[in-house]
Ligand binder design. Structure first.
Ligand code: ADP
Ligand code: 5GP
Length: 197
């Protein structure tokens, strides 16, 4: 019998390397897919609508919330973000592991709705390295970088309900650890015990 996929929630400060590492993990295995969120923020140079995000207006976002089409949603540094519900449910049903790259408040909502979701917190080796990576990415102003670093410090204090912590020293090491967590999450006794009957 085909196992149901796992819902993998990935959080961590903007610039921690989540997108880089997820892309690498997806190259290495074909049983994971990425849930593309909706957001009201503007695309960064190089970001593609429908691949990185679905870029929508405030009005469209409000409508999706009203129609209960989002699994979770939250505000992050003055913009709204949310996870479209149907894609996630269909992929889990088909056996794919679905990765959500979402902030901490959204992760808490997911954990309440899906207690067996696997929560992975992603951190850079230090906040000064985070500043370097955000500056190096070249997509944010100094002011936005400061706001994001402040939010990062806040998220660290709220993250103790996560199951796993990956420190992104190199993309290869972090992708390997993420992949190991996904594999381990399928070996949980409580999910597999029917095999022993
Ligand atoms: P996030 O998705 O968490 O916001 P990104 O994947 O966009 O972060 O990474 C932020 C920046 O840091 C990018 O320029 C990326 O190339 C770089 N980066 C990611 N992981 C590493 C790493 N392990 N070492 C050095 N630079 C990294
Ligand atoms: P960014 O603007 O850097 O792409 O993302 C900012 C923050 O929003 C990141 O912490 C990212 O994980 C989070 N985020 C992205 N999509 C969603 C979503 O659908 N829901 C929630 N709650 N957070 C999201």
């Amino acid at each position: 019998m085909k196992e149901r996929g796992k819902l993998i929630v990935l959080s961590g400060p903007s610039g921690a390397g989540k997108s880089t590492v997820v892309a690498l993990a997806m190259e290495k295995r074909d049983d994971i897919c990425f849930s593309v969120s909706v957001t009201t923020r503007a695309p960064r140079p190089g970001e593609v609508d429908g691949k990185d995000y679905f870029f929508i207006s405030d009005e469209e976002f409000r409508k999706m919330v009203e129609e209960d089409r989002l699994l979770e949603h939250a505000e992050y540094v003055s913009h709204c973000y949310g996870t479209p519900r149907n894609y996630v449910l269909e992929k889990l049903e088909s056996g794919m592991n679905v990765i959500l790259d979402i902030e901490v408040k959204g992760a808490r909502q997911v954990k309440n709705k899906f207690p067996d979701a696997v929560l992975v917190f992603f951190a850079p080796p230090s906040l000064s390295v985070l500043r370097e990576r955000l500056t190096g990415r070249g997509t944010e102003t100094e002011e936005t970088i400061n706001a994001r670093l402040e939010r990062a410090g806040q998220e660290y204090t709220e993250a103790d309900f996560y199951d796993w912590l990956v420190v992104n020293e190199t993309p290869e090491q972090a992708a390997e650890e993420l992949s190991a967590i996904i594999t381990a999450s399928h070996c949980r006794f409580c999910d597999r015990k029917d095999i022993l009957k």
